[in-house]
Design a protein around this ligand. Sequence first.
Ligand SMILES: [Fe+2]
Ligand SMILES: [Fe+2]
Length: 226
Amino acid sequence: MQATEITKETPVGKLAAEAPATTRVFARHGIDYCCGGGVALGAACEARGVAFDGVLAELTDELTAKDTDLKSWVGAPLEELIDHIIEAFHRPLEEELPRIDGMLRKVFEVHGDKDPERLAELVNTFSALKAELEQHMLKEERILFPLIRQGQGAMAGGPVHVMRLEHDGAGEAIARLRALTDDFTPPAEACTTWRALYHALAEFEEAMHTHIHLENNVLFPSALGA
Ligand SMILES: [Fe+2]
Ligand SMILES: [Fe+2]
């Protein structure tokens, strides 16, 4: 589904199924794409009292957004890189972690009986990871990043070591999420929310991989002066 194909007539459920990233926009505006999926986008916007043009712009953003500027961060000023990490990864996670957690709980409640062991482990693995990441980002933003901004990164060997260990733990948990979901492939009978959930998990993994890469391989070595 291309952004240019979206009109007021496009059914909300079709968008959610064919381009699950759009469910982020729907969630933001309380547009029901699961039970009210047959409703046309224009009518759904009207029912929620939100402007169609604004929603269309957000949908277009979701469908075209990609972080493709990896290499340009090598050698960039560390303050800029820290700002980028916070804006591109930390802030979006504040929205994404609770959103995925909510979808997981919903899928488990409704479909838990279809694959009880794996879905239960999926819920538990994600909610533990969510709690760890929330603490982890707080530590980076309150302790480590300010040290680096103040030019004291060379003294931050201890905190950097702890952050690296936590990245390893997060990486293992994310790999477990992938294993528990057959590489984020929803089962044939999966409903729209279930499909949107696995798509969100795949995007979460992709973003976490970039996020951790920028910290481990660009920010930390440069801050430590290695
Ligand atoms: Fe981070
Ligand atoms: Fe980190």
